[in-house]
Design a protein around this ligand. Structure first.
Ligand SMILES: C[S@@+](CC[C@H](N)C(=O)[O-])C[C@H]1O[C@@H](n2cnc3c(N)ncnc32)[C@H](O)[C@@H]1O
Length: 187
């Protein structure tokens, strides 16, 4: 991520935005159960919301610097932080009651890699496990904020069909000014 983006993701303004946009969407997904997988925690402000709501979180972060900073900050908490690719976690199938990906998919280099993450999330969920997330819309202002950074926007119109091909159903999509939010269930 570029430096400005990283600073924003660790700021009180982002924490507020997460409370406004992500918290109600998490609530709309219903009971997330006891063991939740988070793909792409970054500096961990989304992890902070999650860990207050559920018993245990496993956060998988591909950036080694961000992963080790979060490991230190959340040592002795209800969060295990793993440094790795969400497309290939090595975790056991069917471990998790729910999974999340908050503002992660557009930071993945290709649609193919995004699909590998979605497939891996499906493998790791228990039957009927819920997958909840938010991602950026493809807007000029958002592209401008990703200069020098990866930006692979997801089309919310085709996302339910992509999820269906990869093993999810019962998908809800909600579009806001800058984001779209999704809830899906492992079939
Ligand atoms: C925009 S940040 C979002 C951070 C956090 N979820 C939040 O909402 O504050 C996206 C994060 O996803 C991570 N990421 C990107 N690709 C990933 C992958 N393949 N596996 C795990 N994490 C990934 C990035 O390193 C970055 O920390």
């Amino acid at each position: 991520m570029n430096e400005a983006h990283l600073t924003f993701l660790a700021s009180p303004a982002w924490a507020e935005q997460l409370k406004r946009e992500v918290l109600p969407w998490m609530a709309a997904a219903g009971d997330l159960g006891d063991d939740v997988l988070e793909i792409g925690p970054g500096p961990g402000l989304s992890t902070d919301l999650l860990r207050q709501a559920v018993k245990h979180v496993t956060a998988v972060e591909v950036d080694p610097v961000l992963a080790s900073a979060l490991q230190v900050r959340l040592a002795d908490s209800n969060v295990d932080v793993i440094c790795g690719d969400g497309a290939d976690t090595g975790l056991p199938s069917g471990q998790f009651s729910a999974a999340t990906a908050f503002s992660v998919l557009h930071h993945v280099p290709s649609a193919y890699h995004q699909d590998r993450i979605l497939s891996e999330v499906c493998r790791l969920l228990r039957p009927a496990g819920v997958f909840v997330g938010i991602d950026s819309r493809d807007l000029d202002t958002i592209r401008a904020g990703h200069q020098g950074d990866t930006f692979t926007p997801v089309d919310p119109d085709t996302f339910p069909e992509r999820l269906r091909r990869l093993g999810f159903g019962d998908t809800s999509i909600d579009t806001t000014e800058y984001h779209f939010r999704f809830i899906a269930r492992k079939l």
